[in-house]
Write a protein that binds this ligand. Structure first.
Ligand code: 13P
Length: 253
């Protein structure tokens, strides 16, 4: 739908020192500093947030974090809260990435608490969902997504969900070079939009942005973005180089 402004987001995962991240951010601005027709975001590691924010704050590229803890403050050694991220310049926060679910014990319940904390602090959650290869082969893709989305958004009402962004990242397509086909991705995106409609109403389902993630590259972005329910991309590996990420941002439209 025309009213949805595309968002291309880069998840830098646990890559780049502070100085490498700042350098890449500066290069990126040189490539895309004049882009005005889509939203752009980069999510470096926590420790690089402040330095990267200083490099991008007067540009159209926004800052995102990769995780948060749901309490505002307290004796939670090693954790970082939503208000802290907001004060460091973040506009977005990725929540529930499959790597966090897989390696760090993230569950639908903790994802739900984190989404609530992000919204309360004025951050836009980029809420990640997606099935594993085993689940897809067992024909469980849609039921897994239904559960992740219902539980992840439990207790929230549509009036609170304007800032929400959903990212569909099939686990089998992350970092593997295996992208979902345009039609496979579109089918799931359409299903996710219908879930949002059934649970939160037509207006939110029309306006919510649903990103695709999983081996997005300069040569597959245009056909993914041509799908009616794909509103952007969450890019891992190909966002680490300013050159390839800028090619993705500047896909032919
Ligand atoms: P890749 O683009 O490296 O497959 O990673 C996708 C991803 O996990 C983005 O969050």
């Amino acid at each position: 739908m025309d009213q949805r402004r595309p968002l291309i987001a880069g998840n830098w995962k646990m890559y780049k020192t502070q100085s490498e991240a700042t350098e890449t951010a500066k290069q990126l601005i040189r490539y895309v500093g004049a882009v005005t027709d889509i939203d752009m975001m980069i999510a470096p590691t926590f420790i690089a947030l402040t330095a990267v924010f200083a490099a991008i704050k007067n540009s159209p590229v926004a800052l995102g974090a990769q995780n948060l803890y749901w309490e505002d403050e307290g004796a939670y050694t090693g954790e970082i809260s939503a208000p802290m991220l907001k004060s460091a310049g973040c506009q977005y926060c990725i929540i529930g990435h499959s790597e966090r679910r897989q390696y760090f014990g993230e569950t639908d319940e903790t994802v739900n608490k984190k989404i609530k904390a992000a919204i309360k602090a004025g951050l836009q959650p980029v809420f990640c969902v997606g099935e594993t290869e085993k689940e897809r082969e067992a024909g469980q893709t849609l039921s897994i997504l239904d559960k992740q989305i219902k539980k992840g958004l439990e207790g929230l009402v549509s009036e609170q969900l304007d800032p929400l962004i959903i990212a569909y990242e099939p686990v089998w397509a992350i970092g593997t070079g295996k992208t979902a086909t345009d039609d496979q991705a579109q089918e799931v995106h359409r299903f996710i939009r219908s879930l949002v409609k059934n649970n939160f109403g037509q207006a939110l389902s029309d306006s919510i942005r649903i990103l695709y993630g999983g081996s997005v590259k300069p040569d597959n972005i245009a056909s993914l973005m041509a799908m009616p329910d794909i509103d952007g991309a969450l890019v891992g590996g190909a966002s680490l180089s300013a050159e390839s990420f800028s090619q993705i941002i500047k896909f032919k439209r």
